[in-house]
Write a protein that binds this ligand. Structure first.
Ligand code: GLV
Length: 319
């Protein structure tokens, strides 16, 4: 059996894989060039990839023996799921492993953006903490405000649960309403996207990227937001029209944005980096020691399960 891993995996996951298969592993922790991927995958039975790999119909067609693609990620927008289904290739992901870690990061970004934590830290490092100021570095309160969650899946729910501690009112918008008992447990109220945008002090995006959610937050959506609201995106960059966001932030149409993901990663739209009312992170939502280890283990286990003829724990279904 031959397996290609497009990144260097943590050593325990790699050792486990090596006990069962011949493993080719791309040595750099950066995106494997597409042409190299096309040729390296050709003789493989299994592929372990990450969210930056474009696993399109051509990659799948290049590997006639391929039975499984296991992505070390929750999102699968980089994989042509239809082409995989047509070739009877099983796709697996790691959604449970990263829920709480990504919710933690959402709150780190939310608080940092609302309270201008990064800007204040940078000012201190520049030697600008000469005296305590009564009116310097003023941000916005988070406690007691309204949080609008777009996409109440696993991560959205974990974000909502944390909002309890901040005494926030929680609104959510989702394709379909979640069951009453989940709403009651989270204290979350379903509203239309328009109402959510108009009422929330914090709008936090947790939808997967699909045709329906691409540019869901466009110029019109941003125009609906309160001028003292902040936008948080820890989901997928293309859910936001980034050029429209830069315009809204520049004109102080909204108060700020905390972003972990971008429309054309790793590139950022012109103007974003110059804005002081943003906190910008390099897509680190699930980046904790524990979680990245768990994600790699899960991907390896599911890849080996499929190759051994067993059912994987996290198959991705075509929706
Ligand atoms: C991260 O963005 C993931 O989808 O795992």
């Amino acid at each position: 059996m031959k397996i290609l891993a497009t990144r260097p995996l943590p050593s325990s996951a790699l050792e486990r894989l090596r006990r069962e298969a011949v493993v080719e592993s791309y040595p750099e922790d950066e995106t494997m060039p597409y042409e190299a991927l096309l040729s390296a995958v050709a003789p493989c039975d299994g592929l372990i990839c990450v969210l930056t790999d474009r696993i399109d119909a051509a990659v799948l067609a290049a590997a006639p023996r391929l039975k499984v693609v296991s992505t070390v990620a929750a999102g699968t927008d980089n994989i042509d799921l239809r082409a995989a289904a047509a070739r009877k290739i099983v796709v697996t992901n790691t959604p449970d492993a990263l829920t709480e870690t990504t919710a933690d990061l959402t709150w780190a970004l939310l608080l940092a953006t609302a309270r201008r934590v990064v800007e204040a830290d940078q000012a201190l490092r520049r030697g600008e903490f000469r005296a305590w100021q009564l009116m310097g570095h003023l941000g916005f309160d988070v406690h007691g405000k309204t949080l609008g969650i777009v996409g109440l899946g696993r991560i959205g729910r974990a974000v909502a649960r944390r909002a309890r501690g901040f005494g926030m009112r929680v609104l959510y918008h989702n394709r379909s309403r979640v069951p009453d008992e989940v709403e009651a447990e989270l204290g979350a109220e379903w509203v239309t996207l328009e109402t959510l945008l108009e009422s929330s002090h914090v709008v936090s995006l947790h939808t997967p990227l699909t045709k329906a959610t691409h540019h869901m937050i466009d110029e019109n959506a941003l125009a609906r937001m309160r001028s003292d609201a902040i936008l948080i995106n820890v989901g997928r960059g293309p859910v936001v029209d980034e050029a429209a966001l830069v315009t809204a932030l520049r004109g102080q149409r909204i108060a700020g944005a905390g972003l972990d993901v971008y429309e054309r990663e790793p590139e950022l739209s012109a103007g974003l980096i110059e804005l002081s009312n943003t906190v910008l992170l390099p897509h680190i939502g699930s980046a904790s020691h524990e979680t990245r280890g768990r994600m790699a283990d899960q991907a390896v286990n599911d890849c080996l399960a499929v190759l051994a003829g067993r059912a994987p724990t996290h198959p991705v279904k075509l929706s």
